[in-house]
Design a protein around this ligand. Sequence first.
Ligand code: PGA
Length: 249
Amino acid sequence: MQALIAGNWKMHGTAPQLGDIAGVAAVVRRTHPAADILICPPATLIARAVEAAAGQVAIGGQNCSSESSGAFTGDLSAEMLKDAGAAWVILGHSERRQHHGETNSMVAAKAQAAWRGGLLTIICIGETGAQRKAGQAQTVCADQIRASVPEDMAVIGNAIGYEPLWAIGSGHVPALDEIEEAHSNIRKCLVERLGKRGREVRILYGGSVEPENARAILTVPEVGGALVGGASLNPSDFEAIVKAVPSHA
Ligand code: PGA
């Protein structure tokens, strides 16, 4: 299972930032990291980002509709993202769950639509700080896996993003043993849900991944990569995270 390092640009980036993608592509070409590298810019940049990535970095969207087409003003389908050159889409990010009312069942429907449209998915889950304090972190994540990961998930390539909400953009990262506990709990849920196939799904850690903590996080058992927000906007930080991927040689 090759690791996946994914950058989530959120609502940041216009044409001048395309050069950053070209820069990351050059690093990937030079260093051959033991990981798939993905950048998810705003949808307006996807087609140009694919050119800038020169086949070295995959490009993805940050959301898609659960419908293929229709009277849904402002929405984008998986087929449209694919047509623009995206290979991936992030689904159920906590910011979409919080600010756009996305529920687990909506996320599951979007995942089905993404797979129908030929995209790979990173389905995001994670507990709030209050839920962690109340000792509910593992049950919250288990419930989110059960309700937002469809049982027919193909395991080749697809990923889960474990992003504790309190770690996103905060500079606070769980202790490594907390990350290990969460990831092994998620693995258990995936195996319960998908059978043996559940062992093959990559589980990414996300939330304040920085050059300084990337290597330690990426060596935690069951961590199959990272979903990087803020640090993906700074090309030298993102490149340092790419270089921190442990080689499996
Ligand atoms: P962060 O964001 O790396 O800035 O914490 C991660 C994310 O929201 O995907």
